[in-house]
Design a protein around this ligand. Structure first.
Ligand SMILES: Nc1ncnc2c1ncn2[C@@H]1O[C@H](COP(=O)(O)OP(=O)(O)O)[C@@H](O)[C@H]1O
Ligand SMILES: [Mg+2]
Length: 369
């Protein structure tokens, strides 16, 4: 059966809302239209602020909850216009919402973006709240994308890893047999790079385009080793993290008493991303044919970062998900469209081996339009 779904996703980077319209036909998924709708500057600020404990959070959360839904609706309407479709053509929206707190240790995770309002504004059924059922079953509620990666990208007999370089980096390990899939967040991808760039290069750009500033710095090996000593990197999976753990406050603590040039710190943060990922990839046995690493997320546009990663992984074939037929910018959004389709057909969306949940479960809640 052919059905169209829209996936709406805004990740930890808060660069914008990814809106992805897909056609799903059996096991096939094709992106028909996609766009990134940037957050209005004042909202990005308010959302960043909500990610850190502070005053009067409940009122601020309530206001932001509605505003996020309004922006998600605007992104949806722009996407429909781009595709030349009406709401009636869409079976459902899968809305991830915006995470403002992810605390698996405390057994809660919070995404906002009022799904009832989104359904009312778009006239399309909305599936939202994808993470809480997995958490109710003892899981981390994250990452949810490995099931999607497995369904679309796995190849029998081949070891493939999908690496998403968003604010946080996550990997899905697809060993070529469905039972063996696992995945977890490896730690920061861009969150520290973005934060440090914004603090020291106040040019109005939210990130180091093309990784050029980092590339002009020099690696500080002692700082790199200090940062890599963070216990998260050595912890076994299942594990997931958010921007709460890898903050500029944490970095400032590690830098205390030093006088490094900011550009050299940026270069070292790039190395932190690359080394922490490389260390957590599966160990290879001699007999293995060449393993494949497919990169997606905004970090796929950072050439110096990718070449540093490649230098650490000489035995791997590294490419972007373009080579698998899905543009790197739209993988996460397409995953939430796919999860909406799983919900509509009451199929499980989680992989217990990935999240640590006690069993498979249908993920999400329906807000009929
Ligand atoms: N041209 C580029 N050069 C370097 N980094 C980029 C570029 N485009 C995007 N990025 C990085 O990717 C991030 C956004 O990635 P994204 O996959 O959208 O993450 P999230 O899922 O957290 O929103 C940006 O904040 C930035 O760090
Ligand atoms: Mg994004």
């Amino acid at each position: 059966m052919k059905e169209r779904y829209i996936g709406l996703m805004s990740g930890t980077s808060m660069d914008g809302i990814d809106a992805v319209l897909v056609m799903i036909d059996g096991d096939e998924l094709r992106v028909e239209a996609a766009l990134c709708h940037p957050w209005p500057a004042d909202m990005a600020y308010a959302l960043h602020a909500l990610c850190t404990p502070g005053d009067n959070e409940i009122d601020r959360l309530g206001v932001a909850d509605r505003q996020v839904a309004q922006e998600f609706a605007t992104a949806t309407q722009a996407l429909l216009a781009k595709a030349g479709l009406t709401p009636a053509a869409i079976r459902a929206i899968g809305s991830h919402g915006q995470t403002i707190r992810h605390r698996p240790q405390l057994r809660f995770t919070l995404q906002i973006g009022n799904a009832a309002l989104l359904a009312a504004l778009t006239g399309i059924d909305v599936i939202a709240d994808f993470r809480t059922m997995d958490m109710a079953l003892g899981g981390q509620g994250a990452p949810l994308v490995p099931a999607f990666h497995q369904a679309l990208f796995a190849k029998p007999g081949a070891l493939r890893v999908v690496l998403n370089l968003g604010g946080i980096a996550n990997i899905s390990v697809l060993p070529g047999n469905a039972g063996g899939v696992y995945g977890f967040d490896t730690g920061p991808a861009n969150t520290l790079l973005d934060g440090w760039y914004r603090r020291h290069q106040p040019d109005g750009c939210n990130y180091d385009a093309g990784g050029q500033w980092a590339a002009s710095g020099r690696l500080i090996p002692t700082l790199l080793e200090k940062l890599l000593a963070h216990p998260y990197f050595a912890a076994p999976w299942p594990k997931s993290t958010g921007r709460e753990m890898f903050t500029l406050d944490w970095l400032d603590g590690e830098l205390a008493g030093s006088a490094y040039a900011p550009v050299d710190v940026q270069r070292t943060l790039q190395a932190l991303t690359c080394h922490s990922i490389a260390r957590q990839l599966p160990a290879l046995d001699e007999a293995q044919s060449r393993p494949e690493l497919y990169v997606c997320g905004g970090g796929a546009h950072n050439a110096p970062l990718l070449s540093e990663l490649a230098s650490l992984l000489p035995t791997w074939r590294i490419a972007s998900t373009f080579d698998l037929g899905l543009a790197p910018d739209w993988v996460e959004g397409a995953a939430f469209a796919w999860l909406a389709q799983r919900f509509i057909h009451r199929k499980p969306g989680n992989l217990p081996a990935v999240t640590g949940a006690s069993r498979l479960a249908v993920l999400g809640a329906l807000y009929p339009a």
